[in-house]
Design a protein around this ligand. Structure first.
Ligand SMILES: NC(=O)c1ccc[n+]([C@@H]2O[C@H](COP(=O)([O-])OP(=O)(O)OC[C@H]3O[C@@H](n4cnc5c(N)ncnc54)[C@H](OP(=O)(O)O)[C@@H]3O)[C@@H](O)[C@H]2O)c1
Length: 327
């Protein structure tokens, strides 16, 4: 089968499409014929090894696993002997990053307990745009953030992969949403349901005099004490992504700052799971949330897709079509 392969860390030019052995599912796994996959920041970090400590797990000098890709949508082609939830022919989707990653390929194997049936009204491309980003937004708002109806929620970095789900989910949970992004994306985040929008190129939301019950920090940089200053009593700042400085502040200073009063500063480490993907599936089926896709590239243009992902600020997700549905 064809797969995206990389044997050294670096820019998107390290990616090659090669013939590799088609995987065989073990007892608890299904073999998925991949229709679409999507790019996440995690794939970028795995490709570039720009977070040096991650090399301890991924391979110090070169990648131990030459395959790339987590988010996948496709059709079950074969099942292991212990699989009970799926049969050949079922359309499924999920995030295989924590399992045997390699979704930028014609086939991938995954344990059945991380997959969910694809919502019928979603294309494979739309479904592939959901798992990691959607689950991150959900766990950030609901599990780490403790979002409640009526909460004033700030989504910092609202127009990317995670942010577009965060805005929609925060609205679903009944919050009043303030979304921060750049000028060109203000209308888009408004259309996702944001009550208020802030253009970070013109206004510093931490100096606006507004206060929030929950801040989801997905991108951009503000000092952790600036975030604390704009939290209401009992408010929470959840660090999802952004610069290294932001991460280390949240990790090292967060616990101390949290001890100084009722405002809490925490770091999210999202973990994909079947239950949360099933929760998102219900919302997708009910039309309460929808994926935002910036661009779809064919598998043959995976290098261009990664360049686009790294060089621009995509609106929502960048998707790779591996096998067009009606080809
Ligand atoms: N903690 C976890 O478990 C976890 C899980 C998944 C992802 N992540 C991290 O979460 C982040 C999110 O990734 P993503 O794919 O959603 O999108 P992203 O490309 O990292 O961020 C896109 C968003 O950030 C905004 N942005 C860019 N520069 C900004 C600035 N200076 N101030 C405010 N906003 C700014 C963009 O606005 P414009 O496009 O309008 O400029 C856009 O809304 C990544 O850092 C990723 O590593 C963490």
């Amino acid at each position: 089968m064809k797969a995206v392969v990389y044997t050294r860390y670096g820019t998107p030019d390290v990616l090659r499409i090669e013939e590799v052995t088609k995987p065989t599912p073990v007892d608890n796994e299904v073999l998925i014929k991949v229709h679409a996959a999507s790019i996440n920041a995690a794939d970028w970090h795995i490709m570039t090894a720009d977070i040096f400590l991650a090399r301890l797990a991924m391979g110090l000098l070169k990648p131990k696993n030459p395959l790339l890709g987590g988010d996948v949508a496709g059709v079950v082609e074969a099942v292991g002997k212990d699989v009970t939830q799926f049969r050949p022919g079922d359309a499924v989707y999920g995030d295989v990053l924590g399992a045997r990653h390699g979704s930028f390929a014609e086939y991938v194997c995954a344990p059945e307990n991380i997959l969910v049936r694809k919502p019928a009204q979603l294309s494979f491309e739309e479904a592939a745009a959901v798992p990691l980003a959607g689950i991150t937004a959900l766990q950030g708002l609901r599990d780490k953030g403790g979002i409640q109806p009526g909460h004033k929620v700030l989504i910092q970095g609202a127009s990317g992969g995670v942010g577009t789900y965060a805005v929609q989910l925060a609205r679903h949970f009944g919050a009043e949403v303030t979304a921060v992004c750049s000028t060109k994306n203000l209308d888009m985040v408004r259309s996702l349901g944001a009550d208020h929008v802030v253009d970070y190129t013109r206004e510093d939301v931490t100096r606006s005099g507004q206060h929030f019950d929950l801040i989801l920090g997905i991108n951009g940089y503000h000092h952790i004490l600036d975030y604390r200053r704009i939290l209401n009593p009992n408010g929470k700042y959840v660090m999802v992504g952004g610069t290294a400085a932001q991460f280390f502040q949240a990790l090292l200073l967060g616990p101390w700052v949290s001890k100084l009063g009722s405002r809490k500063m925490v770091v999210l480490s999202a973990k994909s799971n079947q239950q949360d993907l099933a929760f998102l599936t219900e919302l997708l089926e009910a039309g309460q949330i929808a994926p935002v896709i910036d661009t779809c590239y064919p598998l043959s243009e995976v290098v261009a897709a990664f360049r686009y992902f790294g060089d621009t600020h995509p609106k929502g997700k960048v998707v790779i079509t591996v096998a067009p549905e009606h080809a």
